[in-house]
Design a protein around this ligand. Structure first.
Ligand code: SF4
Ligand code: SF4
Length: 238
């Protein structure tokens, strides 16, 4: 697989499952066989991922990206031995971090759910093509990533405004909206990947989807209170 295909989600999932380390090895920069030059994307993703791992409490040295051409068998062996030594020093996941694997797994799972949001929020930086690997080093700051996670946006359907048109339910890519004909729609916050599609597609005349940041999301409406009763132009909840 091209290193450019390695997604943030793959790396976080590996650590979530308890991997001691993750190494991504691929063609040298400038030696990609294709116009896509995906190894630059891999380099960009790796630096963002290291910051996310740090945020989750995982030592970033557990993730490594190395350039190893198909004909460089000796280099491959050297790189792998060196990485294995690093991991031996760090010990299993959690040992160098002073945290239990379960604690790290739940932090990583929370981050993994935010990958679509993170990629959307950082899409401009992720698309950058810089000249040298050194420039990529400066791309993401610890504070910036902390703020990104702290200010994460949630989406909530205002019960009084929802007209049960079902557009958001049909367009949600994560099957995170419960609803139906004549039912007030409700976002399942555990399934929501924060893509913002429901906010964008809810007709402006309803404006029922609210973006929430820095404040708690109201609890979901109880199922028995979700029926919309339409009388004339208006609608009310039973
Ligand atoms: S933001 Fe809205 S459309 Fe996107 S996953 Fe969450 S509920 Fe679904
Ligand atoms: S698109 Fe808006 S009005 Fe229609 S069901 Fe979703 S939240 Fe309700």
């Amino acid at each position: 697989m091209c290193t450019g295909r390695v997604d943030l989600a793959f790396v976080l999932r590996a650590f979530q499952k308890g991997a001691t380390g993750v190494i991504i090895a691929g063609c040298w920069l400038g030696e990609c066989h294709y116009v896509t030059e995906g190894n630059y994307d891999a380099l960009n993703m790796m630096h963002l991922c290291k910051k996310l791992l740090e945020h989750a409490g995982v030592r970033p040295e557990r993730l490594r990206l190395e350039w190893v051409g198909a004909s460089e068998g000796i280099r491959f062996a050297e790189v792998m031995n060196d990485f294995a030594n690093t991991l031996r020093e760090l010990g299993p996941l959690g040992a160098a971090e002073g945290a239990t694997p379960d604690h790290l797994a739940s932090r990583l799972a929370a981050l993994a759910r935010l990958v679509p949001y993170i990629k959307l929020a950082k899409r401009e930086k992720l698309a950058l093509r810089l000249k040298s690997p050194e420039e990529y080093l400066q791309l993401y700051a610890t504070d910036e990533v902390a703020a990104l996670i702290r200010d994460v946006v949630s989406y909530y359907v205002e019960p009084e405004l929802c007209q049960a048109c079902m557009i958001c339910l049909r367009r949600c890519p994560a099957d995170a909206i419960a609803g139906g004909k004549n039912l007030i729609h409700v976002v399942d916050q555990d399934k929501c990947i924060k893509c913002g599609t429901c906010f964008d597609v809810c007709p402006p005349r309803f404006g029922a989807v609210r973006k929430i940041s820095g404040a708690p999301v109201p609890p979901p409406l109880p199922e028995e209170a979700r029926v919309v009763v339409r009388k004339g132009k208006g609608a009310r909840r039973e």
